[in-house]
Each structure stands twice: as structure tokens, then as C-alpha cells.
Design a protein around this ligand. Sequence first.
Ligand code: 13P
Length: 258
Amino acid sequence: MKKLVIANWKMNPASYAEAKKLAKAAGLSAKKHKNVKVVVCPPFPWLTDMSHEKEAGLEYGAQDVFWLDKGAYTGEVSPLMLKNSKVKYVIIGHSERRRLGETGQNINMKLKAALANGLVPILCVGEDAKTHSKGKLSVGKFLATQLREGLRGVDQNMFINKKLIVAYEPIWAISTTPGVKKDTPENATETIFSIKKLVARMFGILLSDITVLYGGSVDSENAYGFLSCPEIGGVLVGGASLRPADFGGVVKIASELS
Ligand code: 13P
């Protein structure tokens, strides 16, 4: 199966002209290296212009979504609006949003609303440095809680039909976390394997039904290590996705390894 490379631009760049340049470069990489799916997740002000214009080779994703389709919810963006704007994916439950107060219940409502509108949610889970320092058992419990909360009431067919993706993003390995630490492909693979086993048990499905991405300072230097692990279905790239040459390198590696 083709690996996924998803660019999470977070709250960058500051202008539409810069955003277009980034998308153009990502599109060129995707056209050159066809054996990979490349998804770009710009901030809302640039997203829908871009998804309507659609740079060849790219799909688009949002960085968040609300749980209702319309109504008096100032500042929110609905899954129906995204669907009607040709947006295909949506990141849900990123640690940077959880830090701003998003709860497991909010995340679950967003995820179900996204699925109901035919968007593909990318549910982000990942432990903080303190939990990580306590060892595997603590990490397992932490991730199990995030997965149970986020996936409550979801139909198993969403996994079987590949309509739902999980991303493991350990907070301590995200490039902008103060005191960031390097993760290893071995640790990422082991944790992703345990995530798959848990989800497979929760839904009575096969490990191969579940797609899990890795995110945490992935760039063109370390992408080979992560993407060569068969357990890892792709990568969610933050910082490096704002550097076209670096991101292009990740796309190339993913295409060669798919
Ligand atoms: P970095 O690649 O900058 O560590 O960000 C990872 C991330 O948070 C992607 O969602």
C-alpha cells in the first residue's frame, strides 16, 4: 500500500503567496514521486482556496473541525463546509489542541462528525515526556485512554475500509517541544504495534486493517528509518513540511519505500 506523507503546516505561513509556493513545491515532489500519497494541511485561511484550485498530485486536509454541520457557533468550521470544499482529511486531537483544552469527548464528537461527512480523520495520540519517563506500562495506559475516548462509538468498518487513520505523535519528540528528544524507529515501531493491537482488540479487526502514521521531528535525514518499518503507514510532518527541499526528500523516500 502507498505510504502517506501528511504536511501539517500548523499556524504557518503568514501569507497566501508563501502558502502557494509551499503547495507548488509539494505538488512537484508528489508528481515526481508517484508511489506515495501526499496530503497538505494548511491553516484555514489558505485551505479552501487551495483545495478548490487543487495543485496536481496533492490532497488537502484541515487541522481541526467542529462537531456540528451548521449553526450559531462563532469561529468554528464545520465538517460539511470542509466536505463541500473538496477537503478530504482532517487532523483531530493534535497535542497542540489538547494543550489548549480540547477534551477526549470533544475529540470523539469531532471524529464522528468528520466520518459522517465522509472526511478521513487522522486521530492524533501521543504521550508527554513525564509519562514517557515512567516506562512502557504508563505509556500504554495513557495511549489506551486517548484511543478509547477518541474512538468511542466508531464503526469497525471505518478501519476496515481505511476511512480512519491514527497518528502516533509522542509530544516529547515534536520538534517545537522544549527539550525535544530524538525518537528512534525501534521505539516508534514498538509503540505503533501496541496501538494496533489495542485497536484491533477494541474493534475485533485485524492489525492490517489499521493505518498508523508516525509524527515527531520527521525530516529527510531520519525519514528512511521510520518509513522502512512495515508497521508505519506514513508520516505526519510538521517543521520539515515548511522547508520544500526537506519535505521533498521525505516524499521521495516514502515513494521508494511504498
Ligand atoms: P514536527 O515534525 O515539527 O516535530 O511536528 C510534528 C507534528 O506535530 C505534526 O503534526
